[in-house]
Design a protein around this ligand. Sequence first.
Ligand SMILES: Nc1ncnc2c1ncn2[C@@H]1O[C@H](COP(=O)(O)OP(=O)(O)O)[C@@H](O)[C@H]1O
Ligand SMILES: [Mg+2]
Length: 256
Amino acid sequence: MQNNIEKKAPFIEFKNVERSYQMGDRTFYALRDVNLELYEGEMVVILGPSGAGKSTLLNLLGGMDTPSAGEIIFDNKNIADFSDRELTEYRAWNVGVVFQFYNLVPTLTAYENVALMGDLCKSLRKKSVWNEKGEKFTVRAPEDALKSVGLEEHMHQFPSQMSGGEQQRTSIARAIAKNPRLLLCDEPTGALDTGTGQEILKLLQDMSRTEHRTVVMVTHNSVFAEIADRVIRVKNGRIQDVQTCDDPKSAEEVKW
Ligand SMILES: Nc1ncnc2c1ncn2[C@@H]1O[C@H](COP(=O)(O)OP(=O)(O)O)[C@@H](O)[C@H]1O
Ligand SMILES: [Mg+2]
């Protein structure tokens, strides 16, 4: 399979990014010296052991955290300089997140979980600063998002009435309902068995291939590197290596 990297300017760029925490009188670096570009439509796997800084990197990408130093350039704007209000707008327009344990609201059905996110986004998108691309970024109907993850039969079930895989599909539907350019996934298959995990990987890979979203997946399982267009290896808060894959596997071919 051909890789899906667009040969044009990156749409997100990290320049000497650092995220540190003050621990008493010493500084702990969760991330440092990070220089990185992301391209539209690519599937990127961030690989590294526990504590390496993977989630920190994902949180910075998603505007859920801000760097202690350095720049994160998106659409010619530096996210590091954003006010809280601008960060909210950034997330509402651009970022969908999928977590290991789904984080669905237990008292809402699959449909309602997805609808909630869509409605919230509509109300947060006030300034239209990210609206220049127009129609592509309108919020999707919950039915539509749920259908694209194969859940049309299950949308009126509560999380407790769904399997782990179905709950994760719901959380992916919720993330894509806002039509984000960036889909960030933190160990999305970590709580699933192999077969179900494979279906989720396939879905995420399809999001990059057919819908042209940039998918960034964090994992500690090196097998998942095989489906990536690019692999970023993180260790001790630093990027060790960025590898471009000329011939990534399809998610169905990966075994673990
Ligand atoms: N809010 C915080 N305060 C202090 N240290 C933190 C905080 N968040 C993360 N860290 C530390 O930063 C390092 C990287 O964390 P994280 O990005 O969550 O790693 P990973 O996702 O690769 O397991 C860890 O050592 C973690 O303890
Ligand atoms: Mg983590």
